[in-house]
Design a protein around this ligand. Sequence first.
Ligand code: 5GP
Ligand code: SF4
Ligand code: MG
Length: 459
Amino acid sequence: CGVFGIFGHPEAANLTYLGLYALQHRGQESCGIVSSDGIQLKAHLGMGLVADVFKHDDIFTKLPGSSAIGHVRYSTAGGNDMKNCQPIMVDYSRGSIAVAHNGNLVNAPEVRSALEKSGSIFSTTADTETIVHLIARAKSESLVERVCESLQQVKGAYSLAFLTETRLIAVRDPSGFRPLSLAKLDGAFVVASESCAFDLIEAEYIREIEPGEMIVIDKKGMKSYFPFKEKVRNTPCIFEYIYFARPDSRIFNRMVYPVRKEFGRQLARKYPVDADLVIAVPDSGMPAAMGFAEEAGLPFELGLIRNHYVGRTFIEPQQSIRHFGVKLKLNPVREILEGKRVVVVDDSIVRGTTSRKIVKMIRNAGAKEVHVRISSPPTSYPCFYGIDTPSRKELISASHSIDEIARYITADTLCYLDIAGLHAALRQFGDHKVDFCDACFSGEYPIRFPRLTDTNQLG
Ligand code: 5GP
Ligand code: SF4
Ligand code: MG
């Protein structure tokens, strides 16, 4: 998911719309904006893309005020229907509060059933709703303390933007799984999951919000708190660098593009191959493919052309649609591929279905050999921290060796960048101290997941 917030700008809702537009790649299922005019909160939410949900200009006249938060969603917890759209807004004894969440709370089911036993009535199935119920019931006097008190009770990954009538609060969980940054625009404060949202509205990037940091913005200005007493390791999500974030974004204090390219370089160094050219699976494989080609001294070509008017195939629910989706989305360039030994670089293999189609497509276009290079390790474990990887039985690497996968996708050779290679690439950028989460590759989960003990969940 993607989160955006702005405080102190006359065009708050409009700018939030633009911010969400830039964050659309983080979720295409639903989106929403909540604004405040200082007295009350107003919301507009809907299923679908930002451009569709906010199609009519008059929507913005119904979102008045100088502060707003917004959200783009794909479902990690909770189903994908209208009632799970965010921001989630509630009225309680002291006013209203809205929240936009990127991440996943690993203990939400426990917290939720405890709240329900003592009378809370939930209106969504999303983990995020537990946070607002905890805030509504918190004992502390001030809002800041109530938010802290509530967040002490949840575990997992959260980058959050809260909006009340008079305040914007942004928080990152103590492990710092998901990104969240701060910027300024004409004296207004802006927060967003990725800096590409700042670029679009011409806000000036200030800094990353720190893991465990809570930023409170009101008319008087901005204050920073570190309310979490418990010290935990800083484990930002390495997969944001591999696939999820946009390459033109700065996250975790680093530009994504050069990191992604370095993954490709490492891959070429470890798994060179005699070939004529390198191509990428667009768009996600592009930077790594360029790094691979540079390092290998091979020409880089656009051997697959993407139709940009089709959504991410991965998001579509049915297997049958996904199979067709690859053709909808990609077309091989025969003139480039015919008679050639081709290296094709992609960021990851999840189910293997896309990769299989792509290899076939490249062969049908006349390629003599197809060598697949993946700029991340085999995805063998599901993510419990906010990336929607399918269950373990759908992950091809959970049950198949690399050789078996190579045969399944009909590649001449298949090589993955290993975990050491990923970390080596990041060390090139000075990240010696950061202990990135790589659980979907290593199975080493930095925060124990209560249901992990239940082997069904992993099996
Ligand atoms: P597969 O070969 O597993 O069917 O598809 C892999 C492709 O799905 C890759 O090109 C990758 O960029 C894309 N993809 C889209 N969404 C996701 C996601 O959330 N996780 C992962 N790992 N890959 C995704
Ligand atoms: Fe990121 Fe993978 Fe860790 Fe999830 S399990 S937070 S996708 S590195
Ligand atoms: Mg891809």
